[in-house]
Design a protein around this ligand. Structure first.
Ligand code: SAJ
Length: 472
């Protein structure tokens, strides 16, 4: 029997669990662990921006924004039962049998594409400082493949004087949560669990199995788990880029991409798959915009990559196509304005939708920002409307649609919020006080003919069949 297995057997079953990082991943996973294990401690830095979460959680309240079905009740239940507590005293990590780290790994900037592991490193150091023999450490954050076995193990060993995989178990179990269904996702999605060795994987499975309802455990090596998480988002980004590129082709060939999409999608049958997604004004969010670069770094850092020379990564090209879409929206705007003898300078542009996702208030990495910067850079006066989003950064956001489109030369739809499917062409035209206002549909939400009939200059992503219409 190897050393780690012996130490784990001596420690016995997992009874106490620690979760570092009381965010939208750490909180639901902590309270779900509290339902199945004797006691859970949620660790949170007492920082100006997040320290308040500790008191809220200990009062049985959720510090997370937005609707999260079942979360607040569960926090109340386990707190009242004395099975969950939050603290900023990291020395108590020494009390638990297993500790997970759910800490964000943003990119420093969108140029260098270097991830900022600062917060994660601090969490790993804290875990290492109080690490004891026979404990389990699990990284849940999305990380560059190779991080668990390399960067994380090295820091934990350095801080604890112990050896990963021999004195303590170490694994990666990537989160697959989505805002609005945090509890359900953790219980129902299959859970990838990857240890740095067999004994670590086995121990990590013991931690996650009780929490799953519909989901199954999928056990593998820690690096395979890191690649799975980053690749599942890379593949979605790739699928979106494929249909975005097809949309650009269809515009050039003056056909309707949605006819082609329906055609392709009609190919069904045994073993036939065509994941044809939807073209749009761009790809935003926290996952698809960064996970490709984690995967790329991991593969390139491995050092043994055999890849065709002078050929760029397919995945990075996909990122560039998706990031081109806001620029294409800009080109459509300039072209449409030129048809009515106008330029962006001095024109009023109304952006409908700032959130990156339909019917949500999540604005992280919204593609509308790139468009906003381009048109304001050309001297346009921009008004932003979004029913779900409050003012964010230096962007003032109105919830009044009529006010937003008043005197607009251009109305551009960036998010497929349900309110925009009912835009009334006559009403909007009147509010613009122009004979031929411009409307650019980035999410295929309006009927082109209804607006063209009213005198609009219409442009739509992928709508090569309509983008050169006669102005009525
Ligand atoms: N988008 C398109 N066309 C599409 C689908 C999406 O342009 O056909 C755009 C959206 O407008 C948005 C961006 O892509 O700007 C991302 O959309 P998303 O639906 O992928 O939403 P995310 O970024 O929240 O992705 C999450 C991920 N979940 C986790 O990381 C746990 C992703 O793995 C899921 O596949 C995705 O939700 C999902 O399917 O809902």
């Amino acid at each position: 029997m190897n050393k780690l297995t012996k130490l784990l057997d001596e420690r016995g079953k997992i009874k106490k669990v620690g979760v570092i990082g009381m965010g939208y991943v750490g909180i639901p996973s902590a309270v779900l662990f509290a339902e199945h294990f004797d006691h859970v401690i949620g660790f949170q830095r007492d920082s100006p921006s997040s320290g308040h979460k500790i008191a809220m959680l200990n009062n049985g309240e959720s510090p997370l924004k937005g609707e999260e079905p079942g979360l607040e009740e569960l926090i109340k239940k386990v707190t009242r039962a004395g099975k969950f507590e939050a603290t900023s005293d990291f020395s108590r990590i020494g009390e638990v049998d297993a500790v997970t780290l759910a800490i964000q790994t943003p990119f420093k900037d969108n140029v260098s594409l270097e991830p900022d592991f600062g917060a994660l490193e601090e969490g790993i150091r804290q875990a290492g400082k109080y690490l004891k023999k026979g404990m389990l450490v699990v990284l849940e954050s999305t990380i560059t493949p190779g991080t668990t076995k390399g960067f994380a193990a090295n820091i934990l060993n350095e801080e604890s004087g112990l050896v990963a995989g021999e004195d303590y178990a170490l694994a990666h179990a990537p989160e697959r949560v989505m805002v609005g269904r945090l509890i359900r996702n953790i219980q129902e999605h299959d859970r990838i669990v990857g240890g740095i060795n067999e004994a670590s994987t086995k121990r990590a499975v013991e931690l996650y199995k009780p929490v799953l309802t519909k989901g199954k455990i999928i056990a593998m090596d820690s690096t395979a788990a890191e690649v799975t998480k980053t690749a599942e988002n890379t593949f979605r980004d790739l699928q979106i880029a494929a249909i975005n590129e097809l949309a650009l082709y269809c515009e050039a060939m003056r056909i309707n991409v949605y006819d082609v999409r329906d055609g392709i999608d009609s190919l069904k049958g045994e073993g036939i798959t065509r994941a044809v997604l939807y073209p749009g004004a761009g790809v935003g969010g926290h996952c698809l915009t960064k996970d490709t670069y984690h995967l790329e770094r991991g593969a390139r850092m491995a050092g043994e990559l055999d890849f065709p020379c002078n050929v760029e990564s397919l995945y990075v090209v996909a990122r560039k196509i998706n990031d081109f879409m806001p620029q294409h929206m800009y080109y459509l705007t300039v072209e449409a304005l030129s048809r009515i003898g106008k330029k962006l300078r001095g024109s009023r542009v109304t952006i409908l939708g700032w959130a990156f996702l339909n019917n949500s208030d999540d604005t992280r990495n919204t593609p509308a920002q790139a468009y906003y910067d381009m048109v304001t850079g050309q001297g346009a006066k921009v008004c932003v409307h979004d029913p779900y989003v409050e003012n964010t950064g230096n962007i003032k956001i109105t919830h009044e649609l009529s006010e937003a489109v008043k005197d607009a030369a251009v109305v551009v739809i960036f998010t497929g919020h349900k309110q925009y499917f009912d835009l009334d062409a006559q009403k909007i035209k009147k509010l613009t006080c122009l004979d031929h206002p411009v409307i650019i549909d980035g999410r295929n939400v309006i009927d082109p003919d209804a607006f063209i009939k009213e005198g609009f200059v219409y442009k739509g992503i992928g709508r090569g069949d309509k983008n050169h219409h006669e102005i009525s």
